[in-house]
Design a protein. Structure first.
Length: 365
């Protein structure tokens, strides 16, 4: 199969959708398919063996779209795969030009599949115009795509108002899985937890205020505990009494993020707003890939598969129920190991990149 992926960014640019495109494209290459990627030229783009990468788009306007479509016509792929999120193709989150892009591909009689990483923002009074505009754009893209893919049930319900032809495929980790020996894990643990503390990791831009409030209450009950914040430290005030119990790494390479996750005992993440932990999060997928027991809050974006699998221990962001849940896991090594096994099985079933590739291929064929 010959595939053209459309993504605004591509590695080494720090961008979740660009990472997703790379890891998915890598699987297509490994399985013998011909892969082409069209992206923006505003950031450096790595050359990747056996991938044809074209950083030709200066701005996603009519000229940028016309240049992209002209190249697509030359390549004549079996599928164009648009990796869509509103703010990738428009700084203001209103990429009307992508309607024109889709029209041009359809007129060229080339099959197109749109993957919605995000569909639209919520309907709130202060952003009502943008919310409506994003829905109009998403509706047009969904209705005119031959195939539609998204990662969470919440978006599937939206899209099915416009087309029945939508497939749920979850998002894999944007942190590459590497082998980390026991010796490496122990050495890193000694650096982070010199007193043998129980190590709770978190990663990604989430509700760290709620997490730190919860962590302070936990310390009163289990003082031999440490919180590992992977990546850039959030711009929030950390109380003096917590600082000795927090290990903030600062910027890490992606492989070092995985090393730090692998040496942790448990992963915890609270979402911003009412969405809850969900499968459009590459950082959540990274915790699954590391085989960690996971605690998080449930919301309206939480996939049914997460609820049914038991792969996440769901706790509220506030109240004593979350403390009781984590104490039960911390104090029971057998239960901790069982939760880790459930996370590993969930990753294998839904989040492994080979699995995601096979789902794409099966849907397209």
């Amino acid at each position: 199969m010959k595939v053209v992926f459309i993504s605004n960014n591509f590695p080494p640019a720090v961008d979740g959708v660009g990472d997703y495109t790379y890891f998915l494209a890598e699987q297509f290459v490994e399985h013998g398919h011909e892969v082409h990627i069209i992206c923006s030229n505003r950031k450096q783009v790595d050359e990747v063996e056996e991938m044809n990468i074209y950083p030709i788009v200066d701005i996603w306007d009519k000229n940028g779209v016309d240049e992209s479509v002209d190249l697509i016509k030359i390549i004549q792929p079996d599928f164009v795969s648009l990796q869509y999120v509103p703010y990738s193709f428009s700084d203001k989150g209103m990429p009307w030009i992508m309607i024109y892009f889709l029209q041009q591909v359809v007129e060229a009689k080339i099959p197109i599949s749109t993957t919605f990483h995000e569909v639209c923002i919520r309907m709130e009074a202060k952003r009502l115009g943008r919310a409506i505009g994003q829905r109009i754009i998403a509706r047009s893209l969904a209705k005119h795509s031959d195939k539609v893919i998204t990662s969470i049930d919440f978006y599937v319900k939206y899209i099915r108002k416009w087309t029945k032809n939508v497939e749920l495929i979850q998002i894999g980790s944007n942190i590459p899985e590497i082998f980390v020996s026991e010796e490496e894990q122990k050495a890193l643990r000694r650096q982070i937890t010199p007193n043998g503390e129980f190590l709770i990791a978190t990663f990604g831009k989430r509700d760290h205020v709620a997490l730190l409030n919860w962590f302070e209450k936990l310390l009163a009950l289990r003082p031999n505990t440490k919180l590992l914040i992977c990546g850039k430290t959030p711009k929030i005030k950390i109380k003096e009494n917590l600082k000795a119990h927090i290990y903030a790494t600062g910027y890490l390479s992606r492989v070092d993020v995985f090393r730090h996750l692998k040496c942790s005992d448990l992963f915890m993440q609270f979402s911003m707003g009412k969405g809850g932990v969900c499968n459009k999060s590459g950082s959540l997928a990274a915790a699954f890939a590391a085989g960690l027991p996971i605690l998080g809050n449930r919301g309206d974006m939480t996939n049914q598969s997460l609820l049914e699998s038991g792969a996440v221990i769901f706790v509220p962001k506030k109240g004593r129920a979350n403390l009781a849940a984590i104490l039960e896991v911390m104090d029971n090594p057998v239960l901790l190991a069982e939760e880790a096994e459930r996370a590993a099985l969930y990753h294998e079933r839904f989040l492994d990149w080979r699995t995601i590739y096979e789902q794409y291929l099966g849907y397209w064929e």
